[in-house]
Design a protein around this ligand. Sequence first.
Ligand SMILES: O=C(O)CCC(=O)C(=O)O
Ligand SMILES: [Mn+2]
Length: 247
Amino acid sequence: MTTGDSGGLHLCTAEQGGATAGEKSDCRTRRVIELGNGSEVIYMSRFINYDESWDYLEYLNKNIPWNRPTIRVFGRSCVQPRDSCYVASEGLPQLVYSGYQPHAYSWDEFPPLKDILTAVHKALPGSRFNSLLLNRYKGGDDYVGWHADDEKLYGPTPEIASLSFGCEREFLLKKRPDKTPRGKKTSGEQPKKRSKKDGSPDKHSFVLKHGSLLVMRGYTQRDWLHSVPKRVKADSLRINLTFRLVL
Ligand SMILES: O=C(O)CCC(=O)C(=O)O
Ligand SMILES: [Mn+2]
């Protein structure tokens, strides 16, 4: 594992991919999935190499001050079904989700996270993430239910970069129900309005591999929900990092 800069990280950039025949680069595994109506997912299955990813998993498991808070879902209090921790740059508006306001730790406390952040920025030109929500799934009973990361402090079209280490888990996306009442005629042009009749699938599934990076962009948080469901057979540790920009 490297600290201080991202020199030791093996990564591919969002510009790469579309590999030429015979190319052995990991960037061959970059996929762009157009969800329609201005929503997009990018998936790089080997963003950080295998061995380095195990080092990160071990470091994060041991050094992050994990917490399993009580949150409110549909008006009821429950223990969050996974551990989490929040890291953010100083002076940002506080994150509150499901009635819970996590303490914001400093990037300076976890130098390897700064290395990863630098690598993610390099891979996604134009991105400037300033906060990170970490999740730890101890086994297949830990999960995150259907939700969108659509808190106001991320703005209308947040880019969210999600890096996974350890046990492979399924990541599901499903289209949110269209709010346009049936039969109601819409007049004039409505830019980026959702359309049910564009023929594109309204569900997607990804197996998030050890060292993979999945990026959600555009209107994905407005128009889609995502989840990592319980999976009895996924019985080992997984740690996921979601990088976000608080505006
Ligand atoms: O663990 C994952 O892959 C997703 C986590 C997530 O959606 C979140 O933290 O908002
Ligand atoms: Mn999420």
